[in-house]
Design a protein around this ligand. Structure first.
Ligand code: KG4
Ligand code: ZN
Length: 373
């Protein structure tokens, strides 16, 4: 049944779309295990993910992570109803490691193979449940997905599960990438998103935040209440009239702003984090409010790494007013993870969507690095 969250299928899911070698076991939408050994330490020194290093790490780790996920969930491969794998979008040479492993497992244990769109994973990540039986939630449609990650910033209209249309997307950089690049300018390491959020949270009460309109631009003006220092950053696309996003202009404006300070003392860094965060997130909530007016969704579904930001969740809640807002129950489900892929696969099995039962058909599944909705 469409509105019923699904608690039947036992699925082992794999996601190697970027820098997490993630394997999970789910029963319908209930997460039994969700392993995501991080590769951050391997990529940190380069300030971003290096595809060849990610591929190698996936190759080295995949077998042990599969075994560990099964062991942790006390499931034997024979008990599984299906194997699921991310086919895209993501890094081509990273995706192929997960796909190869999933095909091997499906063939060896004679299980159907489900090929999943990673973005559908982020979209449905808020439907995942803890490893306990809870009452079925009734989903109401249409829902509006707000996906904010390191690779994507998009709004997706959900008519029902499996029927999606993208109604807004970034025209250049993603919101998460902008957090990482701007945080790097402040020396906050990689990935810098969580560090910016942390500083902004600690320091926000010291800054008066205002929205100002200048000619055709809309900006965030931040004033440090104690020092009187003022900062201006643009909320891009504010008046674009559509539901698209842009983050490259904010990155450039931030670089210009930072270059004005010969000495970046810790107070200035924290001021900058508060103002930057506001400019970046106001773009999301402004477009969300426009989309709510246009499409009258009954629910808002949040997904993607940046959703770990409590500030973003709070801003979305106030934009969404009385609508139901769903987001993952744990931060292990906001960033890339295999549990969300398992949840999607469970719906796919019920709908017979992207399910391959004959090993001869497995070759039809190939990496799709630029897959979209
Ligand atoms: O979804 P994700 O793990 O990767 C992609 O699929 O792209 O998202 C990673 C992004 C990074 O840019 C990271 O800085 C950002 O999510 N992020 C955050 C927070 N936690 C992770 N951004 C802001 N505040 C956070 N707390
Ligand atoms: Zn992702």
């Amino acid at each position: 049944m469409q509105n019923q969250l699904n608690k039947q299928n036992l699925i082992l899911a794999i996601d190697t779309s970027c820098d997490e070698t993630s394997v999970a076991v789910v029963k319908g939408n209930i997460v039994i295990s969700n392993l995501l050994p991080s590769q951050i330490d391997l990529h940190k020194q380069y300030g971003g993910v290096v595809p060849s290093i990610a591929k190698l790490a996936h190759q080295e780790r995949i077998d042990s992570v599969v075994s560990e996920a099964l062991k942790k969930s006390k499931i034997t491969p024979g008990q599984l109803d299906a194997i699921a794998v991310t086919k895209g979008p993501g890094l081509a040479i990273a995706l192929e490691i997960g796909i190869r492993k999933a095909k091997e497992l499906a063939e060896k244990f004679n299980k159907p193979l489900v090929a999943v769109n990673h973005m559908e994973g982020h979209l449905l990540s808020g439907l995942a449940e803890r490893n306990v039986e809870t009452e079925d939630q009734k989903l109401q449609f249409p829902a509006l997905g707000v996906l904010v990650s390191g690779g994507h910033t998009e709004l997706v209209l959900v008519e029902k599960i499996g029927k999606y249309s993208k109604v807004g997307e970034t025209l250049d950089d993603s919101c998460g990438e902008c957090f990482d690049k701007c945080g790097r300018m402040l020396g906050l390491g990689y990935p810098a998103g969580p560090a910016i959020s942390k500083f902004a949270k600690e320091h926000r009460t010291n800054i008066k935040l205002e929205i100002v309109h200048k000619n055709t631009s809309t900006l965030v003006k931040g004033t440090n209440i104690k020092t009187g220092k003022e900062y201006l950053l643009p909320i891009a696309m504010y008046n674009s009239g559509d539901l698209n996003f842009s983050y490259s202009g904010l990155k450039t404006a931030f670089r210009d702003l930072v270059s004005k300070f010969s000495d970046l003392d810790s107070e200035t860094i924290k001021d900058l984090c508060v103002v930057f965060e506001h400019a970046a997130l106001m773009q999301v909530t402004h477009k969300l409010e426009k989309a709510i007016k246009k499409y009258s969704p009954k629910e808002i579904w949040l997904g993607g790494g940046v959703i770990a930001s409590v500030r973003l969740r709070n801003l979305v809640r106030s934009s969404a007013k009385n609508l139901t807002v769903r987001y993952p129950f744990s931060n292990k489900l906001t960033g890339d993870n295999a549990a969300m892929i398992g949840v999607v696969a469970s719906y796919c099995l019920n709908q017979n969507r992207e399910v391959y039962t004959n090993p001869k058909d497995f070759e039809k599944i190939d990496r799709e690095p630029n897959l979209t909705f």
